[in-house]
Ligand binder design. Structure first.
Ligand SMILES: Cc1cc2nc3c(=O)[nH]c(=O)nc-3n(C[C@H](O)[C@H](O)[C@H](O)COP(=O)(O)O)c2cc1C
Length: 150
């Protein structure tokens, strides 16, 4: 099984988070981590994990564009999406908002089967290492679901 982790970042936090994902996945499956502008083919990806930071209420254009341009390749794929943002600091209401608005903007462009979503708390300056556990837990669940469903 091969998992492809695709991301973009402006200041580096989403890249660090994608790296934590890669580390967690590589204990269980083959993994490839790719910047969204450097993805060649998705042919051998059994699971596509794609994520974006949120700036001014939206995922980055590069990620939205990728999803729109790769519709044919994504069709029939298992896909998991994540956003990196600060909305989580506003508690339950912030998470609900982020799920609807930020995660929603990604999922509505995914023609494949969504098997998981996550909202990861980002940061502005210093890395928030508490999020590493959140990432590890999400990946563990994701791979477990994949085993059950495939
Ligand atoms: C100029 C700016 C605008 C932002 N806008 C939002 C926003 O609308 N909603 C949100 O939840 N977080 C927002 N954030 C927080 C970022 O999503 C967060 O810092 C994230 O970790 C940045 O990811 P990156 O380091 O991968 O670029 C904003 C951050 C900055 C600096």
């Amino acid at each position: 099984m091969k998992v492809c982790v695709i991301y973009d970042t402006k200041k580096g936090s989403t890249e660090m988070i994608a790296n934590w994902m890669r580390e967690s996945i590589e204990r269980k499956a083959e993994v490839r981590m790719m910047h969204v502008t450097k993805v060649d083919s998705l042919k051998d990806c059994d699971l596509v994990v794609i994520g974006s930071p949120i700036y001014y209420e939206r995922p980055l254009k590069s990620v939205l564009k990728f999803l729109e341009q790769r519709q044919n390749e994504l069709k029939g794929k298992k896909v998991a999406v994540f956003v990196v943002c600060m909305a989580g600091i506003f508690g339950h209401a912030g998470k609900t908002y982020a799920e609807k608005r930020y995660v929603g903007a990604l999922i509505k462009r995914v023609p494949g089967k969504i098997i998981g979503t996550a909202i990861i708390r980002g940061w502005i300056r210093k890395p928030d290492f508490s999020q590493k556990v959140v990432v590890q837990k999400w990946i563990k669940e994701l791979l477990k679901n994949l085993e059950v469903k495939s």
